[in-house]
Design a protein around this ligand. Structure first.
Ligand code: ZN
Length: 373
């Protein structure tokens, strides 16, 4: 993921940090040094306050890391491969090798995170109580860290998927109705409600505390997008499960010979409604793909004298897939490469073309059939 950078490995799990964390780190340091410490310890020097601010932000970061690590360690203990962790503002994302296979498994993996934050919060609360008399400065820091870990536990336990609380909620629904897709739909709907609630609360809060209001609104927005996206992802996974590129591929295309002129291609095929994308073939061998985009790159005067062979995107620069490639991988590849179709090839032999539109149609049909049954 290019939006994050790696900081190391713990227990074989790659730890990544989202770039926004640099901003969060600065914000926490600043709000602590300039806000809380300034208020309670006006006699401290600026340097002292900022030094303590950095330490607090560091401990906060470690708390988030422990929270996320606890999810991954439980997942690993259940035999789920964990590729890595990416830390975000109030938590992170564990990149698990597969989804939980049972409601119980999901419940355990989800609940351990907020539980970990609560335990960390409790430890700092005990420190706060113990230090209040002998060292009030240290107690203030411990109190703040107890508070913020409590907030993290509470925020993550909001019952909106894909937050931990939403996952816990989903696992309970899943255990009851034994239908993962339906449980996810219910949990992500709830997630949307929670998100809109946060956004509304943020909008109201804005009038009293603009910065806090904007924060809450943005978190609501983030949650809304995340819950919709994770539901769609699951629908895709469920509908495309077990399908290969070969099964998805359509042979409903018109192959063109390399020496056909572009003007011929446009007037006889494209304008006649035979599609936007044409494989250029010699015998059974795929030489390249010529699409409307390729044609549009040429001046109109060049059309009669240019062959499709010169206009096409050559095989070497095409994204292609093998026939046994998983359907979901093919869709991912199209997203990454930002293309609408991918040829399925065996060596250089063209077996078919998978197009985004075909996949979406298939998903619609499968969903409709599932809803009937
Ligand atoms: Zn979590």
């Amino acid at each position: 993921m290019p939006s994050s950078f790696k900081i190391g490995k713990i227990a074989g799990i790659e730890i990544g940090v989202h770039w926004s964390w640099i901003f969060i780190f600065a914000l926490i340091t600043w709000s602590f040094a300039d806000g809380i410490l300034n208020e309670f310890y006006p006699e401290w020097s600026t340097g002292q306050r900022w030094a303590v601010g950095v330490i607090v932000a560091g401990i906060f970061f470690a708390s988030i890391l422990l929270h996320e690590l606890s999810h991954s360690l439980v997942a690993k203990a259940r035999g789920i491969p964990v590729k890595g962790i990416t830390l975000f503002v109030f938590g992170g994302v564990s990149n698990l090798g597969r989804e939980a296979q049972s409601a119980g498994e999901e419940f355990q993996i989800a609940i351990v995170g907020p539980a970990t934050s609560l335990v960390i919060g409790a430890v700092f609360a005990i420190l706060w109580a113990a230090l209040r008399g002998p060292a009030p400065e240290a107690a203030a820091i411990a109190g703040y860290l107890a508070f913020i870990n409590g907030i993290i536990a509470a925020f993550n336990m909001l019952p909106g998927f894909p937050l931990d609380g939403g996952r816990v909620f989903r696992s309970i629904v899943w255990a009851r109705n034994r239908n993962l897709l339906q449980a996810t739909r219910i949990a992500s709907r709830t997630g949307e409600f929670v998100a809109y609630g946060l956004m509304a609360a943020g909008a109201i809060q804005f009038f009293f505390n603009p910065v806090g209001g904007i924060w809450m609104f943005l978190i609501g927005l983030f949650l809304r997008n995340a819950s919709a996206a994770s539901y769609e992802q699951l629908v895709l996974q469920t509908t495309l499960q077990g399908l290969s590129a070969r099964e998805l591929a359509s042979s409903d295309y018109v192959p063109v010979p390399p020496d056909m002129t572009v003007v011929h291609l446009v007037s006889e095929l494209m304008l006649a409604g035979r599609g936007r994308c044409y494989p250029v073939v010699a015998g059974e061998e795929l030489l390249g793909l010529v699409t409307l985009t390729d044609v549009q790159r040429l001046e109109r005067e060049q059309w009669p004298t240019t062959s499709v062979f010169r206009a096409m995107t050559p095989f070497e620069r095409l994204r292609t897939v093998a026939p046994q490639e998983e359907a979901l991988k093919v869709l991912q590849l199209m997203g990454e490469a930002d293309v609408n179709q991918v040829p399925v090839v065996d060596g250089r032999r063209l077996l078919g073309i998978v197009s985004r539109a075909d996949i979406l149609r298939l998903i619609q049909v499968r969903r409709a059939v599932a809803a009937e049954g």
